[in-house]
Design a protein around this ligand. Structure first.
Ligand code: AMP
Length: 309
């Protein structure tokens, strides 16, 4: 059975959207990725760190989903990472209000022996220095190394970020981040520049406008599902990445054709994520809900063209 190792923050978030506001709830890129990929495969492992303030109940929920927490460090006397953000009215853009690194500041990732030999590695949003350490601490190069990042790291750790990007197979970022990273406004030009930095594959997420997959001269586009209500887009990107990697690992096929299916699987998972605040919607999905949602995506883009001219 293929295995997936996920590195990413496990954290507290406070979120404000035009629909409401939350106190500290559970968030973190690693949390979203793990929940999402858990629906596709069981053999998955997380590398992260929390403080002693993190609720055991949430860790138990992840374990119940089959997520191996051996690589999750709990640091006594310290606080978990905390992030707070506020969405604009369009829900596509947001401002970060607070980033308290806490345990992430001196995080030294440990890769347990049982994680070694994994075929799929998802480097969720974390400091690029940590992402690089994880790549270097893998005794065997995984079949596919994918990575996410954000403007925060571009602003304070661009040098390390460029080093990390050189080492990966696939970068998964949003349109704003692609523009900042490449200095190009056109996403096609941005994609070209970013792929010249290292990754053979690039996914650019465009929020409610779907996602693009670039590889060599090929491009694939998947829409996002038009939803009546989007409550909270937090974690949608990570949930997308989790569904995508979970699907790829479970099918163990990294061809461009299969990646297209992975993009749809990821998009379907992200469409659930935004329906409720935080991870709530992702915690108890059924297989048939996911299958139905994937079919909605198939229907959304499927059409028969007759001769037009
Ligand atoms: P997304 O909405 O997919 O960009 O991811 C949001 C999640 O990323 C939140 O749950 C945050 O806890 C987490 N996050 C925000 N900023 C950072 C950061 N600088 N490093 C690691 N995780 C972060």
């Amino acid at each position: 059975m293929m295995s997936l190792v996920t590195v990413g923050s496990v954290a507290f978030d406070a979120i404000e959207t035009p629909f409401g506001k939350t106190d500290r709830i559970i968030g973190g890129a690693g949390t979203y990725i793990a929940f999402s990929s858990s629906y596709f495969m069981k053999n998955q492992n997380i590398v992260s760190v929390v403080g002693e303030d993190f609720p055991q109940e949430m860790l138990d929920k992840l374990s119940t989903k089959g997520v191996n927490l051996e690589g999750l460090q709990i640091i006594e006397g310290e606080k978990s990472f905390f992030w707070s953000g506020k969405y604009h009215n369009d829900m596509n853009s947001r401002d970060t209000l607070v980033t308290e690194l806490n345990v992430l500041e001196h995080f030294d990732p440990i890769i347990p022996a049982s994680y070694q030999g994994c075929e799929y590695l998802m480097l969720g949003n974390l400091s690029p220095e940590v992402q690089l350490k994880v790549i270097n601490r893998m005794e065997k190069r995984p079949k596919l190394v994918a990575m996410d990042t954000m403007n925060f790291w571009m602003d304070i750790a661009m040098e390390d970020l460029v080093k990390a990007i050189k080492e990966i197979d696939m970068l998964i970022i949003n349109d704003e981040e692609a523009r900042q990273l490449s200095g190009e406004y056109s996403l096609v030009k941005a994609a070209k520049k970013i792929r010249e930095m290292g990754p053979k594959f690039l996914v650019i997420k465009k929020g409610e406008h779907g996602a693009l997959l670039f590889h060599e001269t090929k491009v694939f586009f998947a829409p996002a599902l038009p939803l009546e209500d989007v409550f909270d887009p937090t974690g949608a990107g990570d949930t997308f990445a989790g569904g995508f990697m979970g699907y790829l690992a479970s099918t163990d096929d990294i061809s461009f054709e299969n990646m297209k299916r992975g993009i749809i699987a990821g998009s379907a998972m992200a469409s659930f994520c935004v329906e409720k605040f935080g991870t709530e919607r992702l915690e108890n999905l059924s297989k048939s809900e996911i299958e139905d949602r994937i079919q909605e995506f198939v229907q959304l883009t499927n059409f028969d063209m007759v001769q037009a001219v």
